[in-house]
Ligand binder design. Structure first.
Ligand SMILES: Cc1cc2nc3c(=O)[nH]c(=O)nc-3n(C[C@H](O)[C@H](O)[C@H](O)COP(=O)(O)O)c2cc1C
Ligand code: SF4
Length: 592
């Protein structure tokens, strides 16, 4: 029996819901979770070995064979590519004598790609043994390679290499002022649960994680459930490429976020809350634990909060590199120590959430807003924004602009005004809401951010006219194929087919029939997938195809089909034929 593993399990109180945390600790200690470790964990926790194995195999940061002593992951987000990621990656591999995805023969170092690390405003970025490193350059790579070859421990590396800037450029309603710890909670407790829920309702607050569900309604549904045990979960998984606002909110406004969670706990009568923090943000953990400890000392968490009969505490659980765990039901599965596979919905988490109990899941920004509303009242918030989108939205702006970072704008602000504020010029288009969102062309800059027009969870990537639309779609399409959890066939197979079919066109080997097929496949994946990931995976293809058919046309190889069926590869012609008699299938046959 391995004593270290025994100790790790004991530190997690042998609680099987903390399986992911235990396995992450084992991974960190031994650089892998081998068969013996899997066996031991299963035996001690008295759970099937296959359950442990399923978790190890699901999460990108867990491995069955050892990674290098220095395990480097470089962010593969489009924004990192725009900042020179590929050159940095190539040089790093050359300097270290290792290929992406491999461990060097001496076991000292391994290098790989990873999905967006949430440092889009300061890329190219990466992680080394889980620690975030922004602004990677050739010179930094030289220095890193030297330290690795001398096997200098990470703790002795220059601290400034790991410094992450907040880059808040435009604060507004939420970010302008910091609340004194406890002030929102005191106001809520004095007002009472019903009255505070009415304020949240009057504010019109809608979820900031993307879907925009009314927060008061979610809390009310949960509160009205007959079960006594209820939970509050803050979704800090923030895996959508181009989104990094929650990283900044947790670094700068953690007190307000925890306060919002506590206000929610008081309203729905929950005793426990969880902050589900993406593994890429593990560097925030000591700071967040400190804030929690200070709040406990101040009587804002724990037993008898603010000397009332209300007991509430918050635990932080770390993810391990799986974008799908941002989906609320997958997140709950992960919190329960399982692979993050989305559940069937309904039932929704408000009735059947963590351990089958009523659970509120909200985004970091939603809890921050809720705390401010509990303090200032609903009318204060509702006075800003539009009729269906009250308040402000915090955007993570990256890409081709002079000042990437965090911007808070009232809902209803036009894209033109946002672009002016961040110093963007000569813009070709924007990706709003990340890869799962919408591509907007430069003919649409009078459109506004609002649930009535362009709803967004906060990712705002700017592309100027130097950029190749196909490179962007290629990156996003590969992202979805990589992050599909594999549970349902339309998404598992569909995202992979979309990737292959798009690549064929991207590489100049596609015909008009291929584009028509791509479009049809995209619609099929969208309508038949089990969860939001599959349902939005074709968005980059569909939204650019709609806006730039001519660009797709230019990519096509020119083909002459059989006599009397002479096509010049035109997408418009192929589309017309498809409408007439399913010519896409015919075209595909002819090409084969
Ligand atoms: C694939 C996928 C990833 C998601 N990632 C996140 C995320 O990182 N953060 C988040 O708050 N919501 C994310 N969501 C939305 C959540 O499922 C959920 O709607 C949200 O956490 C609810 O909080 P809100 O009402 O405050 O927006 C994701 C949804 C999907 C389908
Ligand atoms: S749609 Fe994709 S991510 Fe969602 S359950 Fe199916 S395979 Fe998993």
């Amino acid at each position: 029996m391995n004593q270290t593993i025994d100790q790790i399990l004991a530190q997690h109180q042998h609680d099987a819901t903390r399986l992911l945390g235990m396995l992450s600790d084992i991974q960190q200690t031994y650089r892998c979770i081998d068969d013996a470790a899997i066996e031991q964990v299963a035996q001690i926790l008295n759970i099937p070995r296959t359950r442990v194995l399923a978790v190890v195999e699901f999460y990108n940061f867990l491995h069955r064979t050892p990674r290098g002593h220095y395990d480097i992951l470089i962010s593969d987000s489009i924004t990192d590519h725009m900042l020179g990621k590929q050159a940095v990656m190539d040089y790093l591999c050359q300097r270290l004598g290792v290929k992406p995805g491999e461990v060097r023969a001496d076991g000292v170092v391994s290098v790989d790609n990873t999905s967006c690390t949430g440092l889009c405003d300061q890329g190219p970025a990466g992680l080394i043994n889980g620690r975030a490193m922004p602004h990677l350059t050739r010179e930094r790579v030289d220095a890193i390679a030297e330290l690795i070859e001398r096997q200098v421990p990470l703790a002795a590396w220059p601290e400034e290499w790991f410094a992450i800037a907040d880059n808040i450029h435009r604060p507004d309603l939420l970010l302008n002022e910091k609340l004194a710890a406890g002030s929102a909670l005191r106001a809520a407790l004095q007002r009472g649960g019903d009255a505070t829920l009415q304020e949240i309702d009057a504010s019109g607050l809608r979820g900031r994680g993307g879907a925009g569900f009314k927060t008061a309604m979610k809390w009310r549904f949960c509160r009205e459930e007959p079960q006594a045990e209820r939970y509050v979960v803050c979704n800090a998984d923030e895996g959508e490429p181009g989104t990094f606002k929650d990283r900044v909110l947790l670094n700068r406004y953690a007190d307000e976020v925890f306060e919002g969670m506590t206000v929610c706990g008081a309203i729905i009568s929950a005793q426990r809350g969880f902050l589900y923090l993406r593994g890429e943000y593990a560097y925030l953990l000591p700071h967040l634990e400190n804030v929690l400890a200070t709040r406990r000392q101040a009587g804002l968490l724990g037993g008898n909060v603010l000397s009332t009969s209300f007991d509430f505490d918050i635990e932080i659980r770390l993810g391990a590199g799986a974008y799908i765990c941002g989906e609320e039901s997958a997140l709950i599965e992960s919190l329960e120590g399982k692979p993050g596979i989305p559940r069937n919905r309904p039932p929704y988490p408000v009735t059947h959430g963590y351990l089958g109990r009523p659970t509120v899941v909200n985004n970091v920004e939603t809890f921050l807003a809720a705390a401010k509303i509990a303090y200032h009242g609903g009318a204060w918030f509702a006075a800003v924004g539009t009729s269906k989108s009250s308040g402000t939205k915090i955007l993570s702006i990256s890409g081709d602009c002079a000042r990437p970072g965090i911007y808070e704008f009232p809902w209803g602000t036009s894209l033109r005004d946002i672009l002016a504020a961040c110093g963007a010029s000569d813009v070709m288009g924007l990706q709003i809401g990340g890869p799962s969102g919408t591509f907007v062309s430069n003919h649409e800059f009078d459109r506004v951010i609002a649930f009535e027009d362009l709803a967004t969870g906060g990712s705002f990537i700017v592309f100027d006219t130097r950029r190749d639309i196909f490179e962007i779609v290629h990156n996003f399409t590969h992202f979805f194929a990589h992050e599909s959890c594999g549970f349902c066939t339309p998404c598992r197979v569909g995202t992979s087919l979309l990737k292959k079919q798009f690549d064929k066109i991207y590489e100049g080997h596609g015909s008009a029939g291929d584009v028509v097929e791509l479009e049809g496949l995209g619609r099929l994946v969208k309508t038949t997938s089990h969860c939001g990931l599959g349902q939005t995976a074709a968005n980059p293809i569909l939204t650019t195809l709609e806006r730039y058919p001519d660009l797709y046309d230019q990519k096509l190889k020119k083909i002459s089909y059989e006599p009397g069926f002479d096509l010049d590869g035109s997408l418009a012609i192929a589309r017309r034929l498809t409408q007439r008699d399913d010519a896409a299938a015919h075209l595909a046959q002819v090409e084969d």
